[in-house]
Design a protein around this ligand. Structure first.
Ligand code: MLT
Length: 245
């Protein structure tokens, strides 16, 4: 297995596809997706564009769907939800499909959707993503951070580093064999430096600061929990993710 980390969708190569691609948007889209599926959501369907989301979800029974729209960290008017994982209770999401469009996370998923295996990971389901890699042994793996409008996000790269760190430890592979690019080495170091202080790291991050300004303190604490959800959102058709199995 060779791992490649890209900090943003924009930095991801366009002339090749990997065997497996993992989108990471710790704050908060991929954390929310894992939470919804863990709470019994039927599926997640992602859109980069809000109007397309409205159009496609209109064909779905109103009691079987939820529409989530987030821009700039805030809920878009007229949508059922924004992008807070804490709103995604079992009572609300069970048996329903989440149609979601967020500023960066859903764009990252769309960017990698032609890969044969597409996963969504965050700190909350890091172990589930690692277990998938160890079981399936894809040859080339990309981990793509969502970033913020084309720029680097600390929390996504730290999570990519957490995934790489765990694969490294569990396979005893030498780092220079596992690392496909320099970003892997940098991301592992970032994770190792902050692994016991993830909330503090998120407070340093520009999007963490944005969420704090919006009053989302509890979201930050929730998203900083590691390996609490044993679910892995995996693409079953372009743009639609379900639990494996
Ligand atoms: C995004 O897609 O940029 C985010 O998940 C933003 C957020 O709602 O925190």
């Amino acid at each position: 297995m060779k791992l490649f980390i890209y900090h943003t969708p924009e930095l991801t190569p366009t002339d090749t596809i990997p065997d497996c691609a993992i989108a990471v948007d710790v704050l908060r889209a991929t954390t929310t997706m894992a939470t919804v599926l863990a709470a019994g959501g039927e599926a997640i369907q992602v859109f980069s564009d809000l109007d397309t989301l409205k159009l496609v979800s209109a064909d779905w029974d109103a009691d079987k769907r939820l529409r989530a729209g987030e821009r700039g960290g805030a809920k878009v008017e007229g949508f059922d939800l924004g992008n807070s994982p804490l709103d995604c209770t079992e009572k609300l999401v069970k048996g329903r499909r989440l149609f979601i469009s967020t500023t960066n996370g859903t764009r990252a998923l769309q960017r990698i959707q032609s890969a044969p295996a597409v996963l969504a990971a965050a700190f909350v389901n890091r172990a589930a993503a690692v277990n998938y890699l160890l079981a399936k042994q894809p040859e080339i793996v990309w981990i793509v951070g969502s970033g913020w409008e084309g720029t680097y996000s600390l929390e996504d790269t730290a999570c990519a580093g957490a995934i790489a760190h765990s694969v490294l430890q569990q396979t005893n592979t030498p780092l220079d064999e596992l690392a496909g690019n320099d970003e892997v080495v940098g991301a592992i170091s970032l994770y190792e430096q902050w692994r016991d202080r993830l909330v503090e790291l998120f407070h340093q991050a520009s999007h963490g600061k944005r969420l704090l300004r919006l009053g989302c303190h509890e979201d930050i604490k929730y998203c900083a929990q590691v390996d609490i959800l044993d679910v892995l959102p995996i693409q079953c058709e372009p743009g639609v993710l379900k639990i494996l199995g």
